[in-house]
Design a protein around this ligand. Structure first.
Ligand SMILES: [Mg+2]
Length: 354
């Protein structure tokens, strides 16, 4: 049965909220992030700031160096979480199959929807309208028969975009795609593919599944199916958990600390987002590292006040990484983290200072 999946992604979410709430910031380069003096990082950059090469996960100090007129705003996660909760309620008017990826990003499976609307496109249009009218924000949506294509599609016409890939269009859409658009293809894999003369998905079609798996290991199978636009991953709605975690397996093993830290930051961002979405905060942060020889270690640290603050979680992990692991000396194939030991009282204090 053909599914109807929407990937909806708010445009420059935190920065857009700040620009919405302070007209003086509109049309100006703005980032939301930590202090440049305290090793803060950029959580979100307005489109005006992006023109200067500024992006999220970049040290705020560097962002300020790139753009002299940059306004740096401390994150107000209570506000963002509140907006995110409203988004969630809009989505749930149509479906309960909502899989949040972050505060500003979610997959919806609207194959069966509560309003019996026949097309996912119609639902995406209505959601974008509602977000604009009620929240004065813009979202981009991708509509497709699976998560892979829906996520690529939501990025296609950003900002304020809507891009629809109908089931019969998937093959045509995917065959001309740059291979790096495929989930799981990082810089190293892309380089390897390019060296083989593969830049588009269709360039992979001459290899059968065994050949690709021989060349790329486990990722090969993903490449085989995803390059053909085939993705059966279900939309999994969120459940109450004891901890929230995220991890990434690199396609090659790294010892470069900048690459490792940047990957760690992205995972911390996912974890922090999940916690905020669920209104949870925890006292124990656990870093997980798998070395190239597959030995795996975890290192934990507990704090006295529960947290779901991105910078705080990241800095704890970074400290653990530097002091309690052999990162930089031994190569790493996987990095991840989790936050657990949740508060009894779910309404935890947010720590603003970053
Ligand atoms: Mg976004």
């Amino acid at each position: 049965m053909t599914r109807k999946i929407i990937h909806i992604d708010m445009d420059a979410f935190y920065a857009s909220i700040e620009q919405r709430d302070n007209p003086a910031l509109r049309g100006r380069p703005v980032v939301v992030g930590g202090s440049p003096e305290k090793r803060g990082v950029v959580s979100a950059a307005s489109y005006e700031a992006r023109k200067f090469g500024i992006h999220s996960a970049m040290p705020t100090k560097r962002a300020v160096a790139l753009c002299r007129n940059l306004t740096v705003i401390r994150p107000d996660f209570i506000k963002y979480k509140d907006v995110s909760g409203k988004l969630y309620s809009f989505y749930s008017e149509y479906t309960d199959l909502i899989e949040p990826l972050a505060l500003d990003e979610a997959y919806l499976d609207v194959t069966k929807n509560k309003k019996n609307i026949s097309t996912a496109t119609e639902i995406a249009v209505r959601l974008k309208e509602k977000i604009r009218n009620e929240l004065s924000l813009t979202a981009s949506a991708g509509v497709a028969p699976n998560k892979l294509i829906a996520k690529i599609a939501s990025d296609w016409k950003k900002p304020d975009g809507l891009f629809v890939v109908k089931p019969h269009q998937v093959q045509d859409f995917v065959k001309n795609l740059d291979i790096r658009k495929i989930w799981g293809v990082g810089k190293v894999t892309e380089r390897k593919l390019l060296s083989m003369g593969i830049s588009k998905c269709s360039d992979l079609y001459i290899y059968d599944k065994n050949e690709i798996t021989d060349l790329f290991g486990k990722l090969g199978e993903v490449l085989f199916y995803f390059s053909r636009g085939i993705d059966d991953r279900p939309v999994v709605s969120h459940r109450k958990a004891k901890s929230a975690g995220a991890e990434i397996t690199f396609e090659t093993d790294y010892s470069d600390m900048e690459i490792i830290k940047s990957a760690l930051f992205k995972q911390a961002e996912r974890v922090s987002g999940k916690l905020k979405m669920e209104n949870l905060a925890g006292k124990t942060v656990t870093l997980k590292v798998k070395y190239s020889d597959f030995t795996q270690i975890t290192r934990s640290m507990s704090v006295s006040n529960s947290t779901n603050n991105l910078n705080e979680i990241y800095l704890i992990c970074e400290k653990l990484l530097i002091e309690k692991t052999e990162a930089g000396v031994r190569r790493i194939r996987l990095i991840g983290l989790s936050v657990g030991n949740f508060d009894e009282n779910e309404n935890s204090q947010e720590l603003f200072d970053s």
